[in-house]
Write a protein that binds this ligand. Structure first.
Ligand SMILES: O=C(O)C(=O)C[C@]1(C(=O)O)C=C[C@@H](O)C=C1
Length: 366
């Protein structure tokens, strides 16, 4: 047999196997979708047709898949597949509407898709305030908003709006922020202008000084807008933005991963009208204020220690209505229905001047 005949025969054999597996996968996927539809019908019979998204159940499904995975596919890869499968199944009940900071191509869009999958309907908004308003008015089901960045810290406007919104936190998303230099030009030497959001220019400050010392840095409203501008074909123009913007505006990556701090990560919150149930690995976010006397913050934190609750974040913000008074944003491990968290919150209620639980939700998977 000629060598290329052997090649064709062997390939045909494996491809036949792949075709047979695909047929089984397709049948199984549709069986799963039919089960999800039955779940939807059961929820409707019990008057819960509105609450089709169950973050705690999704977290459990994805954790179980990750634990069962034996490769060769990566854990992150299989989680991504199952994220999309659940997104498609859920959309048979009704596609969810998700509001986030636009335009399309931002890291916020990537966070929304990472959490809800591609079957969600995307509602890009032009400000953080608008995101809260459209979900509060039920023009969209859920909001995805940035709350903190590992290099830049808390996002003040989100913290302030959390204080007054009736929305509940029902999830969190972690996004590694990888910045690229995007351009239609084919060589770094041709770049004379770099457009980006001020924060992204700052995150790539050292790289720009080293590699493009002569290029003018121009700050615009968002990375996605910068990519739109660089895609316009202006000679010498480049943008700093992420993968989503590169794909959305069809821009080649002239240099990849140019951020100075390689672990640059943003944490987003998912907000909706319902609480999430217990998933087994949860977090709880709350706002509290201390009575105005010596040692009161230390006093407030005591119940966490006494009941073995670990605190993952403590952030202070001006109370706004009273000069030099502060509110504290606290994230703890555990669900408010877990016994030790319930006990700590009950003790806290007696000590805090003000206490509000913003929500309990599954901890991000990756
Ligand atoms: O278990 C449910 O409640 C479902 O609706 C099914 C399902 C799934 O596809 O597994 C879909 C949507 C929910 O957010 C959680 C899980």
């Amino acid at each position: 047999m000629k060598p290329n005949e052997a090649l064709s025969r062997q390939l045909a054999e494996v491809r036949d196997q792949i075709d047979a597996i695909d047929a089984r996968l397709l049948a199984l996927l549709n069986q799963r979708a039919a089960c999800a539809q039955r779940v939807g019908a059961i929820k409707a019979e019990h008057g819960e047709a509105d609450v089709i998204y169950r973050p705690e159940r999704e977290a459990q499904v994805l954790r179980r898949i990750r634990e069962m995975n034996r490769g060769p596919l990566s854990d992150e890869g299989v989680v991504r597949f199952f994220r999309e499968i659940m997104s498609a199944c859920l959309s048979l009940e009704r596609p969810l509407g998700v509001a986030f900071l636009g335009p399309l191509g931002t890291f916020s869009e990537s966070a929304a898709v990472k959490h809800f999958g591609h079957a969600a309907r995307l509602f890009p908004q032009d400000s953080i305030d608008r995101i809260f308003r459209v979900v509060e008015a039920r023009h969209a089901d859920y909001a995805v908003v940035p709350t903190e960045n590992s290099t830049e810290g808390a996002i003040g406007r989100v913290m302030d709006l959390l204080m007054t919104t009736p929305l509940r936190i029902c999830g969190e998303v972690l996004m590694r922020i990888q910045q690229h230099l995007l351009s239609r030009e084919t060589a770094l030497e041709k770049i004379t202008k770099v457009y980006s959001h001020a924060q992204s220019l700052a995150q790539c400050h050292e790289w720009l000084s080293r590699m493009l010392p002569q290029a003018q840095r121009i700050s615009v409203g968002s990375n996605a807008q910068a990519a739109q501008m660089a895609a316009g074909g202006e000679a010498g123009a480049a943008a700093i933005a992420g993968d989503a913007a590169a794909e959305r505006y069809g821009l080649p990556r002239l240099a990849e991963n140019i951020e100075d701090e390689p672990n640059n990560t943003t944490r987003f919150l998912v907000l909706g009208h319902q609480d999430a149930g217990v998933s087994g690995r949860d977090k709880t976010s709350l706002i509290m204020s201390a009575p105005n006397r010596t040692g009161s913050l230390v006093d407030l934190l005591m119940p966490f220690t006494e009941h073995g609750v670990s605190m993952t974040r403590l952030e202070s913000r001006p109370a706004r209505h009273t000069l030099w008074e502060y509110v504290f944003y606290v994230d703890i491990d555990g669900h408010r229905q877990d016994a030790n968290v319930t006990q700590a919150l009950t003790a806290l209620e007696q000590r805090a001047a003000y206490l509000r639980v913003l929500g309990s939700y599954p901890a991000a998977l990756y």
